[in-house]
Design a protein around this ligand. Structure first.
Ligand code: EPZ
Length: 423
Protein backbone atom coordinates (compact mmCIF):
# COMPACT_ATOMS: atom_id res chain seq x y z
CA UNK A 1 0.00 0.00 0.00
CA UNK A 2 1.31 3.46 -0.82
CA UNK A 3 2.14 6.01 1.84
CA UNK A 4 3.29 9.62 2.12
CA UNK A 5 6.64 10.50 3.67
CA UNK A 6 6.69 14.09 4.89
CA UNK A 7 9.51 16.04 6.53
CA UNK A 8 7.75 18.98 8.09
CA UNK A 9 8.78 22.56 8.68
CA UNK A 10 8.99 23.84 5.12
CA UNK A 11 7.05 26.99 4.28
CA UNK A 12 4.52 26.76 1.42
CA UNK A 13 4.75 29.44 -1.25
CA UNK A 14 3.39 29.61 -4.75
CA UNK A 15 0.32 29.54 -6.97
CA UNK A 16 -1.71 26.43 -7.75
CA UNK A 17 -4.84 25.77 -9.77
CA UNK A 18 -7.70 24.28 -7.76
CA UNK A 19 -9.03 20.93 -8.99
CA UNK A 20 -12.63 20.32 -9.99
CA UNK A 21 -15.06 19.26 -7.29
CA UNK A 22 -15.34 15.53 -6.54
CA UNK A 23 -18.73 16.03 -4.91
CA UNK A 24 -20.03 17.91 -7.91
CA UNK A 25 -18.74 15.72 -10.73
CA UNK A 26 -20.08 12.46 -9.21
CA UNK A 27 -23.82 13.31 -9.36
CA UNK A 28 -23.32 15.00 -12.75
CA UNK A 29 -21.79 11.77 -14.11
CA UNK A 30 -24.88 9.94 -12.83
CA UNK A 31 -27.10 12.52 -14.57
CA UNK A 32 -25.17 12.00 -17.80
CA UNK A 33 -26.30 8.35 -17.70
CA UNK A 34 -29.95 9.44 -17.64
CA UNK A 35 -29.93 11.94 -20.52
CA UNK A 36 -29.38 9.38 -23.30
CA UNK A 37 -27.23 11.96 -25.07
CA UNK A 38 -23.58 13.03 -25.23
CA UNK A 39 -22.34 15.09 -22.26
CA UNK A 40 -19.00 16.89 -22.32
CA UNK A 41 -17.72 17.67 -18.81
CA UNK A 42 -14.69 19.92 -18.24
CA UNK A 43 -12.62 20.31 -15.05
CA UNK A 44 -13.18 16.69 -14.02
CA UNK A 45 -10.50 15.81 -11.45
CA UNK A 46 -8.41 12.65 -11.81
CA UNK A 47 -9.62 10.77 -8.73
CA UNK A 48 -10.28 7.14 -7.88
CA UNK A 49 -13.91 7.98 -7.06
CA UNK A 50 -14.34 9.48 -10.52
CA UNK A 51 -12.72 6.39 -12.07
CA UNK A 52 -15.17 4.23 -10.12
CA UNK A 53 -18.13 6.28 -11.37
CA UNK A 54 -16.88 5.95 -14.97
CA UNK A 55 -16.63 2.16 -14.48
CA UNK A 56 -20.29 2.12 -13.45
CA UNK A 57 -21.22 4.15 -16.53
CA UNK A 58 -19.39 1.72 -18.80
CA UNK A 59 -20.97 -1.25 -17.01
CA UNK A 60 -24.46 0.00 -17.91
CA UNK A 61 -23.43 0.54 -21.54
CA UNK A 62 -22.32 4.17 -21.74
CA UNK A 63 -19.31 5.10 -23.84
CA UNK A 64 -16.81 7.14 -21.83
CA UNK A 65 -13.67 8.96 -22.85
CA UNK A 66 -11.25 11.09 -20.83
CA UNK A 67 -9.09 13.75 -22.49
CA UNK A 68 -7.10 15.30 -19.64
CA UNK A 69 -9.63 16.96 -17.37
CA UNK A 70 -12.41 16.66 -19.94
CA UNK A 71 -14.68 13.63 -19.80
CA UNK A 72 -17.12 12.72 -22.57
CA UNK A 73 -20.06 10.45 -21.78
CA UNK A 74 -22.33 9.03 -24.49
CA UNK A 75 -25.28 7.36 -22.79
CA UNK A 76 -27.38 6.89 -25.95
CA UNK A 77 -26.63 3.15 -25.95
CA UNK A 78 -26.94 2.60 -22.20
CA UNK A 79 -28.95 -0.54 -21.47
CA UNK A 80 -28.16 -1.86 -17.97
CA UNK A 81 -30.06 -0.96 -14.84
CA UNK A 82 -28.13 -3.24 -12.48
CA UNK A 83 -24.96 -2.24 -10.67
CA UNK A 84 -23.09 -5.17 -9.08
CA UNK A 85 -21.90 -5.02 -5.52
CA UNK A 86 -18.26 -4.93 -6.60
CA UNK A 87 -18.82 -1.63 -8.42
CA UNK A 88 -21.17 -0.18 -5.80
CA UNK A 89 -18.55 -0.76 -3.12
CA UNK A 90 -15.74 0.93 -5.01
CA UNK A 91 -17.29 4.30 -4.39
CA UNK A 92 -19.08 5.29 -1.21
CA UNK A 93 -21.61 7.56 -2.91
CA UNK A 94 -22.65 5.18 -5.71
CA UNK A 95 -26.21 5.31 -4.37
CA UNK A 96 -26.46 8.49 -6.42
CA UNK A 97 -26.87 6.30 -9.53
CA UNK A 98 -30.18 4.97 -8.22
CA UNK A 99 -32.23 8.04 -9.15
CA UNK A 100 -30.58 8.26 -12.56
CA UNK A 101 -31.23 4.59 -13.39
CA UNK A 102 -34.88 4.90 -12.36
CA UNK A 103 -35.25 8.00 -14.53
CA UNK A 104 -33.70 6.28 -17.54
CA UNK A 105 -35.01 2.71 -17.28
CA UNK A 106 -37.87 2.82 -14.75
CA UNK A 107 -36.10 0.17 -12.71
CA UNK A 108 -32.81 -0.43 -10.94
CA UNK A 109 -31.00 -3.03 -8.92
CA UNK A 110 -28.17 -1.81 -6.72
CA UNK A 111 -26.68 -2.88 -3.41
CA UNK A 112 -27.36 -0.79 -0.36
CA UNK A 113 -24.07 1.11 0.12
CA UNK A 114 -23.83 0.36 3.82
CA UNK A 115 -21.75 2.31 6.25
CA UNK A 116 -18.30 3.69 5.73
CA UNK A 117 -15.44 5.14 7.73
CA UNK A 118 -17.34 8.22 8.91
CA UNK A 119 -20.69 6.77 9.83
CA UNK A 120 -23.64 4.52 9.09
CA UNK A 121 -24.61 6.62 6.08
CA UNK A 122 -28.32 5.65 6.07
CA UNK A 123 -30.34 6.18 2.87
CA UNK A 124 -33.83 6.27 4.38
CA UNK A 125 -34.44 9.78 3.05
CA UNK A 126 -33.44 8.70 -0.46
CA UNK A 127 -35.72 5.65 -0.43
CA UNK A 128 -38.67 7.45 1.15
CA UNK A 129 -38.53 10.15 -1.55
CA UNK A 130 -38.22 7.65 -4.41
CA UNK A 131 -41.16 5.67 -3.02
CA UNK A 132 -43.24 8.88 -2.93
CA UNK A 133 -42.36 9.37 -6.62
CA UNK A 134 -43.74 5.94 -7.52
CA UNK A 135 -40.91 3.48 -6.93
CA UNK A 136 -41.53 0.04 -5.43
CA UNK A 137 -38.39 -0.86 -3.51
CA UNK A 138 -37.72 -4.27 -2.01
CA UNK A 139 -34.64 -4.64 0.15
CA UNK A 140 -33.48 -8.26 0.16
CA UNK A 141 -30.05 -9.46 1.18
CA UNK A 142 -28.45 -6.05 0.89
CA UNK A 143 -29.88 -5.56 -2.59
CA UNK A 144 -32.32 -2.81 -3.48
CA UNK A 145 -34.64 -4.03 -6.25
CA UNK A 146 -36.54 -1.04 -7.56
CA UNK A 147 -39.38 -0.77 -10.03
CA UNK A 148 -41.63 2.05 -11.19
CA UNK A 149 -44.69 0.12 -12.44
CA UNK A 150 -46.52 3.33 -13.35
CA UNK A 151 -43.44 5.40 -14.05
CA UNK A 152 -42.11 8.19 -11.87
CA UNK A 153 -44.32 11.13 -10.89
CA UNK A 154 -43.35 14.54 -9.64
CA UNK A 155 -44.22 15.04 -5.97
CA UNK A 156 -43.86 17.65 -3.22
CA UNK A 157 -41.18 16.10 -1.02
CA UNK A 158 -40.15 17.50 2.34
CA UNK A 159 -36.79 16.30 3.64
CA UNK A 160 -36.47 15.96 7.42
CA UNK A 161 -32.78 16.81 6.98
CA UNK A 162 -31.24 18.76 4.05
CA UNK A 163 -29.39 15.66 2.85
CA UNK A 164 -27.08 16.35 -0.10
CA UNK A 165 -27.37 12.85 -1.52
CA UNK A 166 -31.11 12.60 -1.06
CA UNK A 167 -31.60 16.01 -2.73
CA UNK A 168 -29.43 14.86 -5.63
CA UNK A 169 -31.25 11.53 -6.00
CA UNK A 170 -34.62 13.33 -6.12
CA UNK A 171 -33.26 15.74 -8.76
CA UNK A 172 -31.99 12.78 -10.81
CA UNK A 173 -35.23 10.81 -10.50
CA UNK A 174 -37.13 13.96 -11.57
CA UNK A 175 -35.39 13.62 -14.94
CA UNK A 176 -37.81 10.76 -15.66
CA UNK A 177 -40.84 11.98 -13.73
CA UNK A 178 -44.16 13.22 -15.11
CA UNK A 179 -45.07 16.58 -13.59
CA UNK A 180 -43.25 18.94 -11.27
CA UNK A 181 -41.23 17.89 -8.24
CA UNK A 182 -40.87 20.31 -5.35
CA UNK A 183 -38.24 19.67 -2.68
CA UNK A 184 -38.71 21.45 0.63
CA UNK A 185 -35.68 21.59 2.95
CA UNK A 186 -33.42 20.79 0.01
CA UNK A 187 -29.66 20.79 0.51
CA UNK A 188 -28.16 24.15 -0.52
CA UNK A 189 -24.55 23.14 -1.20
CA UNK A 190 -22.78 24.59 -4.29
CA UNK A 191 -22.66 21.04 -5.66
CA UNK A 192 -26.48 21.03 -5.75
CA UNK A 193 -26.44 24.25 -7.79
CA UNK A 194 -23.84 22.79 -10.15
CA UNK A 195 -25.93 19.65 -10.73
CA UNK A 196 -28.97 21.84 -11.38
CA UNK A 197 -27.03 23.90 -13.93
CA UNK A 198 -25.99 20.75 -15.78
CA UNK A 199 -29.59 19.47 -15.77
CA UNK A 200 -30.87 22.82 -17.07
CA UNK A 201 -28.29 22.73 -19.88
CA UNK A 202 -29.53 19.21 -20.68
CA UNK A 203 -33.16 20.32 -20.93
CA UNK A 204 -34.69 20.37 -17.43
CA UNK A 205 -36.50 23.34 -15.86
CA UNK A 206 -35.23 24.04 -12.32
CA UNK A 207 -35.77 26.99 -10.01
CA UNK A 208 -34.59 27.53 -6.45
CA UNK A 209 -31.37 25.49 -6.69
CA UNK A 210 -29.22 26.50 -3.72
CA UNK A 211 -32.32 27.48 -1.75
CA UNK A 212 -34.41 25.43 0.65
CA UNK A 213 -37.28 25.04 -1.83
CA UNK A 214 -36.39 23.77 -5.29
CA UNK A 215 -38.81 23.14 -8.18
CA UNK A 216 -37.89 20.69 -10.93
CA UNK A 217 -39.71 19.65 -14.07
CA UNK A 218 -38.89 18.21 -17.45
CA UNK A 219 -40.43 16.62 -20.52
CA UNK A 220 -38.22 13.54 -20.54
CA UNK A 221 -36.35 14.76 -23.61
CA UNK A 222 -32.71 15.81 -23.29
CA UNK A 223 -30.08 17.32 -25.50
CA UNK A 224 -26.31 17.15 -25.42
CA UNK A 225 -24.71 19.48 -22.92
CA UNK A 226 -21.25 20.84 -22.24
CA UNK A 227 -20.47 21.82 -18.65
CA UNK A 228 -17.52 22.92 -16.54
CA UNK A 229 -17.55 21.43 -13.06
CA UNK A 230 -17.16 23.90 -10.18
CA UNK A 231 -13.88 24.01 -8.25
CA UNK A 232 -13.46 21.87 -5.16
CA UNK A 233 -14.13 24.03 -2.10
CA UNK A 234 -12.93 21.29 0.29
CA UNK A 235 -9.57 20.93 -1.45
CA UNK A 236 -9.34 24.74 -1.26
CA UNK A 237 -9.76 24.46 2.52
CA UNK A 238 -7.09 21.73 2.48
CA UNK A 239 -4.64 24.18 0.90
CA UNK A 240 -5.62 26.86 3.42
CA UNK A 241 -5.00 24.43 6.28
CA UNK A 242 -1.61 23.60 4.75
CA UNK A 243 -0.64 27.27 4.77
CA UNK A 244 -1.90 27.69 8.33
CA UNK A 245 0.04 24.64 9.58
CA UNK A 246 3.32 25.18 7.72
CA UNK A 247 3.28 28.93 7.23
CA UNK A 248 3.50 30.53 3.83
CA UNK A 249 1.50 32.22 1.11
CA UNK A 250 -0.55 30.27 -1.40
CA UNK A 251 -2.48 31.67 -4.35
CA UNK A 252 -5.36 29.29 -5.10
CA UNK A 253 -6.37 29.88 -8.71
CA UNK A 254 -9.87 29.15 -10.05
CA UNK A 255 -11.36 29.21 -6.55
CA UNK A 256 -14.91 30.46 -5.96
CA UNK A 257 -14.88 32.89 -3.02
CA UNK A 258 -18.63 32.52 -2.51
CA UNK A 259 -18.35 28.75 -1.97
CA UNK A 260 -15.78 29.37 0.76
CA UNK A 261 -17.79 32.03 2.61
CA UNK A 262 -18.41 29.63 5.55
CA UNK A 263 -14.70 28.72 5.77
CA UNK A 264 -12.68 31.90 5.23
CA UNK A 265 -13.82 33.71 8.41
CA UNK A 266 -12.78 30.69 10.51
CA UNK A 267 -9.29 30.69 9.00
CA UNK A 268 -9.14 34.46 9.51
CA UNK A 269 -9.94 33.95 13.19
CA UNK A 270 -7.07 31.48 13.25
CA UNK A 271 -4.78 34.24 12.01
CA UNK A 272 -4.73 33.70 8.24
CA UNK A 273 -4.85 36.75 5.97
CA UNK A 274 -6.72 36.63 2.64
CA UNK A 275 -6.72 38.63 -0.54
CA UNK A 276 -9.01 38.05 -3.48
CA UNK A 277 -8.64 38.32 -7.26
CA UNK A 278 -11.35 37.77 -9.88
CA UNK A 279 -11.11 33.99 -9.62
CA UNK A 280 -8.32 33.39 -7.14
CA UNK A 281 -7.89 33.45 -3.38
CA UNK A 282 -4.55 34.11 -1.74
CA UNK A 283 -4.08 32.86 1.81
CA UNK A 284 -1.12 33.90 3.95
CA UNK A 285 -0.18 32.56 7.36
CA UNK A 286 2.80 33.11 9.55
CA UNK A 287 3.49 32.19 13.14
CA UNK A 288 1.38 30.08 15.40
CA UNK A 289 -2.33 29.81 14.55
CA UNK A 290 -4.81 31.44 16.89
CA UNK A 291 -7.44 29.29 18.58
CA UNK A 292 -11.08 29.28 17.48
CA UNK A 293 -13.25 29.16 20.61
CA UNK A 294 -16.09 27.12 19.15
CA UNK A 295 -16.62 25.63 15.70
CA UNK A 296 -19.57 23.49 14.69
CA UNK A 297 -20.17 21.80 11.34
CA UNK A 298 -23.52 22.47 9.69
CA UNK A 299 -25.21 21.99 6.33
CA UNK A 300 -24.29 24.70 3.79
CA UNK A 301 -24.01 27.64 4.25
CA UNK A 302 -22.59 26.47 7.60
CA UNK A 303 -19.02 25.33 8.13
CA UNK A 304 -18.65 22.15 6.05
CA UNK A 305 -18.20 18.84 7.82
CA UNK A 306 -15.67 17.91 5.13
CA UNK A 307 -13.37 20.71 6.36
CA UNK A 308 -13.64 19.77 10.05
CA UNK A 309 -10.60 17.47 10.19
CA UNK A 310 -8.57 19.93 8.16
CA UNK A 311 -9.29 22.73 10.61
CA UNK A 312 -8.55 20.47 13.55
CA UNK A 313 -5.04 20.05 12.18
CA UNK A 314 -4.69 23.83 12.41
CA UNK A 315 -6.24 24.04 15.89
CA UNK A 316 -3.84 21.35 17.14
CA UNK A 317 -0.99 23.90 17.32
CA UNK A 318 -3.05 27.01 18.06
CA UNK A 319 -2.26 29.25 21.05
CA UNK A 320 -5.27 28.21 23.08
CA UNK A 321 -8.23 25.85 23.37
CA UNK A 322 -10.59 25.26 20.44
CA UNK A 323 -13.83 23.30 20.71
CA UNK A 324 -14.96 21.55 17.54
CA UNK A 325 -18.45 20.05 17.34
CA UNK A 326 -19.19 17.60 14.50
CA UNK A 327 -22.92 17.88 13.91
CA UNK A 328 -23.28 15.97 10.65
CA UNK A 329 -21.63 12.55 10.91
CA UNK A 330 -21.43 10.37 13.99
CA UNK A 331 -17.95 8.97 13.47
CA UNK A 332 -15.89 11.73 11.99
CA UNK A 333 -13.12 12.05 14.57
CA UNK A 334 -11.03 9.05 13.49
CA UNK A 335 -8.12 11.39 12.76
CA UNK A 336 -7.99 12.38 16.46
CA UNK A 337 -5.99 9.40 17.78
CA UNK A 338 -3.63 9.80 14.85
CA UNK A 339 -3.09 13.50 15.58
CA UNK A 340 -2.47 12.56 19.23
CA UNK A 341 0.35 10.27 18.02
CA UNK A 342 1.89 13.46 16.57
CA UNK A 343 1.70 15.16 19.96
CA UNK A 344 -1.69 16.83 19.73
CA UNK A 345 -3.66 17.32 22.94
CA UNK A 346 -7.27 16.52 22.02
CA UNK A 347 -10.08 15.16 24.15
CA UNK A 348 -13.28 13.82 22.55
CA UNK A 349 -16.52 14.05 24.51
CA UNK A 350 -19.87 12.45 23.58
CA UNK A 351 -18.40 11.15 20.29
CA UNK A 352 -18.94 14.44 18.50
CA UNK A 353 -17.24 17.23 20.49
CA UNK A 354 -13.46 17.61 20.40
CA UNK A 355 -11.65 19.87 22.87
CA UNK A 356 -8.35 20.78 21.24
CA UNK A 357 -5.67 22.21 23.55
CA UNK A 358 -3.18 23.78 21.16
CA UNK A 359 0.42 22.65 21.64
CA UNK A 360 3.47 24.61 20.49
CA UNK A 361 4.32 22.11 17.75
CA UNK A 362 3.50 18.62 16.57
CA UNK A 363 6.23 16.06 15.96
CA UNK A 364 6.54 13.48 13.22
CA UNK A 365 5.03 10.04 13.70
CA UNK A 366 3.77 7.02 11.79
CA UNK A 367 0.04 7.59 11.31
CA UNK A 368 -2.74 6.00 9.31
CA UNK A 369 -5.40 7.66 7.17
CA UNK A 370 -8.86 6.33 8.09
CA UNK A 371 -10.91 8.37 5.61
CA UNK A 372 -10.44 10.96 2.88
CA UNK A 373 -10.60 14.20 4.87
CA UNK A 374 -9.04 12.80 8.04
CA UNK A 375 -6.15 11.46 5.99
CA UNK A 376 -5.70 14.81 4.28
CA UNK A 377 -5.68 16.44 7.73
CA UNK A 378 -2.88 14.18 8.94
CA UNK A 379 -0.77 15.04 5.91
CA UNK A 380 -1.47 18.74 6.35
CA UNK A 381 -0.56 18.55 10.05
CA UNK A 382 2.69 16.78 9.09
CA UNK A 383 3.65 19.69 6.83
CA UNK A 384 4.03 21.85 9.94
CA UNK A 385 5.26 19.16 12.32
CA UNK A 386 8.87 18.84 13.46
CA UNK A 387 10.50 15.81 11.87
CA UNK A 388 9.35 12.97 9.66
CA UNK A 389 5.80 11.70 9.37
CA UNK A 390 4.67 8.62 7.46
CA UNK A 391 1.00 8.60 6.49
CA UNK A 392 -0.25 5.10 5.62
CA UNK A 393 -3.36 4.09 3.62
CA UNK A 394 -3.26 7.13 1.39
CA UNK A 395 -5.69 5.48 -1.03
CA UNK A 396 -8.28 7.35 1.06
CA UNK A 397 -6.69 10.66 0.09
CA UNK A 398 -6.54 9.67 -3.59
CA UNK A 399 -10.33 9.35 -3.59
CA UNK A 400 -10.74 13.12 -3.37
CA UNK A 401 -7.43 14.95 -3.77
CA UNK A 402 -5.74 14.95 -7.16
CA UNK A 403 -1.94 14.73 -7.06
CA UNK A 404 -1.85 15.56 -3.34
CA UNK A 405 1.91 15.20 -2.91
CA UNK A 406 2.80 16.90 -6.21
CA UNK A 407 0.72 19.97 -5.36
CA UNK A 408 2.31 20.41 -1.95
CA UNK A 409 5.81 19.56 -3.21
CA UNK A 410 5.38 22.25 -5.88
CA UNK A 411 4.60 24.69 -3.05
CA UNK A 412 7.81 23.78 -1.23
CA UNK A 413 6.89 20.87 1.03
CA UNK A 414 9.28 17.95 1.52
CA UNK A 415 6.73 15.25 0.66
CA UNK A 416 6.84 12.12 -1.45
CA UNK A 417 4.80 9.05 -2.16
CA UNK A 418 6.38 5.66 -1.51
CA UNK A 419 5.41 2.03 -1.48
CA UNK A 420 5.23 0.58 2.03
CA UNK A 421 8.64 -0.85 2.96
CA UNK A 422 9.04 -4.46 1.96
CA UNK A 423 6.22 -4.44 -0.60
C1 EPZ B 1 -22.31 14.30 0.77
O1 EPZ B 1 -22.51 13.06 1.43
C2 EPZ B 1 -20.82 14.35 0.45
N1 EPZ B 1 -20.46 13.27 -0.46
C3 EPZ B 1 -20.02 14.24 1.74
O2 EPZ B 1 -18.63 14.37 1.39
C4 EPZ B 1 -20.41 15.38 2.66
O3 EPZ B 1 -19.73 15.24 3.88
C5 EPZ B 1 -21.93 15.35 2.91
O4 EPZ B 1 -22.63 15.39 1.65
C6 EPZ B 1 -22.40 16.53 3.74
O5 EPZ B 1 -22.06 17.72 3.11
C7 EPZ B 1 -20.69 13.43 -1.79
O6 EPZ B 1 -21.23 14.42 -2.22
C8 EPZ B 1 -20.25 12.32 -2.68
P1 EPZ B 1 -25.85 13.79 3.51
P2 EPZ B 1 -24.03 12.54 1.71
O7 EPZ B 1 -26.85 12.90 2.86
O8 EPZ B 1 -24.89 12.88 0.59
C9 EPZ B 1 -27.85 11.74 7.29
C10 EPZ B 1 -16.35 13.77 1.34
O9 EPZ B 1 -15.45 13.62 2.19
N2 EPZ B 1 -28.71 11.04 6.33
O10 EPZ B 1 -26.01 15.25 3.42
O11 EPZ B 1 -23.95 11.12 2.13
C11 EPZ B 1 -26.43 11.19 7.26
O12 EPZ B 1 -26.31 10.05 8.07
C12 EPZ B 1 -17.75 13.25 1.62
O13 EPZ B 1 -16.18 14.31 0.23
C13 EPZ B 1 -29.77 10.29 6.80
O14 EPZ B 1 -29.99 10.19 8.01
O15 EPZ B 1 -24.39 13.43 2.98
C14 EPZ B 1 -25.63 12.34 7.78
O16 EPZ B 1 -25.69 12.32 9.19
C15 EPZ B 1 -17.89 12.66 3.01
N3 EPZ B 1 -30.56 9.63 5.91
C16 EPZ B 1 -26.37 13.56 7.27
O17 EPZ B 1 -27.69 13.10 6.91
C17 EPZ B 1 -30.35 9.71 4.57
O18 EPZ B 1 -31.13 9.11 3.79
C18 EPZ B 1 -25.72 14.22 6.08
O19 EPZ B 1 -25.72 13.31 5.03
C19 EPZ B 1 -29.26 10.48 4.11
C20 EPZ B 1 -28.46 11.13 5.00
Amino acid sequence: MERLIINGGKRLDGSVELQGSKNSVLPILAAAAATGTVSVLHNCPGLSDVDAAMKILRHIGCKTERQGHTVIIDSSCAYGSEIPDSLMREMRSSIIFLGALLARFGKASVTAPGGCEIGLRPIDLHLSALRQMGTDISETGGFLNCNCPNGLSGRHITLSFPSVGATENIMLASMGAKGETVITNAAREPEIVDLAEFLIKSGMKISGAGQSVMRISGNGRFHSAEHTVIPDRIVASTLMAGAACAGGKICIRKAEKEHLAPVIPVFETAGCRFSFGSDEITVEACGRPKRVRYLRTMPYPGFPTDSQALFMAVAATADGTSVISEKIFENRFRHVPELIKMGADIRVEDCCVAVVEGVKALHGAKVSACDLRGGSALAVAALGAQGKTVVENIFHIDRGCENFENVFAYLGADIKRAQRAGE
